[in-house]
Design a protein around this ligand. Structure first.
Ligand code: CP
Ligand code: NVA
Length: 301
């Protein structure tokens, strides 16, 4: 069976822990200029149906550092964009490349692609999940504060793809996730109940962030929801992560955001540009954690 990474739950707890430790080693190799061309001539296909800065650059750089190659594919210039069936595209691409990364809308699309692919498929964001970002977030927490096990993490804002991946991360890495979302923007009920005691929900951001070790937020309107921006600004205006909210968290609490951020909306400039924010490390860690992921998947073949 081909090993895919469609959600965090495609990893078991041991694999997840090992991956984070390996990411730390790989990061050190980059910093010390130690060559690690472990995947010479291996090719990653990157299918992007949505925009990206971090994901594209981190995956492409990862393959270069491994001595391999990445191919950027957009719907504007592939047959996928002209309606070639997903099943056919998956069969064709996976006969040529060694691994495939997809950023798209419907999660079902990536599941279908994976079903027909002979090579590992990585979810680089769907409307439901963003598991690659969570690998970077956990790595960032571990680097700054040590193990995340048993810690209190506050998710403030939309019950979106990032929130769903935080819920899965709470299960995998054994932390307590406290979610605060406005009415009508709660996370998926099934994903939440599957996480049992790892997750709790409130509509009060103060309560969720009280004594938290880490406070996380994300945009109010995700890619594909641009036309809801105005309406969402009204619903979310009490859900800004600002200094007042951070004051209720632990004094050494960290702040994370997957980026891109909207200062003055989901986060104040004071917080994202302040001393508790680790967003730049978090962004850099996309590279190192995805290299550990690529290695795990390429070696599984
Ligand atoms: N955080 C993240 O996935 O960023 P990009 O949309 O720039 O890839
Ligand atoms: N929730 C955001 C994350 C962007 C990296 C989106 O889907 O647009």
């Amino acid at each position: 069976m081909t090993k895919h990474f469609l959600t965090l739950l495609d990893l078991d707890k041991d694999e997840a822990e090992t991956l984070i430790q390996r990411a730390i080693e790989l990061k050190k190799m980059v910093q010390e200029d130690t060559p690690h061309e472990l995947f010479k001539n291996k090719t990653l296909a990157m299918i992007f149906d949505k925009s990206s800065t971090r994901t594209r650059v981190s995956f492409e750089t990862a393959m270069v550092q491994f001595g391999g190659h990445a191919i950027f594919l957009s719907p504007r210039d592939t047959q996928l964009g002209r309606g070639e069936p997903i099943e056919d595209s998956a069969r064709v691409l996976s006969r040529m490349v060694d691994i495939i990364m997809i950023r798209t809308f419907e999660h079902e699309k990536i599941e279908k692609f994976a079903e027909y692919s002979q090579v590992p498929v990585i979810n680089a964001l769907t409307d439901m999940y963003h598991p690659c970002q969570l690998l970077a977030d956990i790595l960032t927490y571990v680097e700054h504060r040590g193990s995340i096990k048993g810690k209190k993490i506050a998710w403030i804002g939309d019950g979106n793809n990032m929130c769903h991946s935080y819920i899965n991360a709470a299960r995998l890495f054994d932390f307590k996730l406290h979610i605060a979302s406005p009415a009508g923007y709660e996370p998926d009920q099934q994903i939440m109940s599957a996480a049992g005691d790892c997750v709790s929900f409130t509509s009060d951001p103060k309560q969720a962030s009280e004594q938290a070790d880490l406070v996380v937020t994300d945009v109010w309107a995700s890619m594909g929801q641009e036309e809801e921006q105005r309406k969402r600004e009204k619903s979310f205006h009490n859900f800004q992560v600002n200094q007042a909210l951070m004051t209720g968290a632990k004094p050494d609490a960290l702040f994370m955001h997957c980026l891109p951020a909207h200062r003055g909306e989901e986060v104040s400039a004071e917080v994202i540009d302040g001393p508790q924010s680790v967003v730049w490390d978090e962004a850099e860690n996309r590279l190192h954690s995805q290299k550990a992921l690529l290695e795990l998947l390429l070696n599984s073949r």
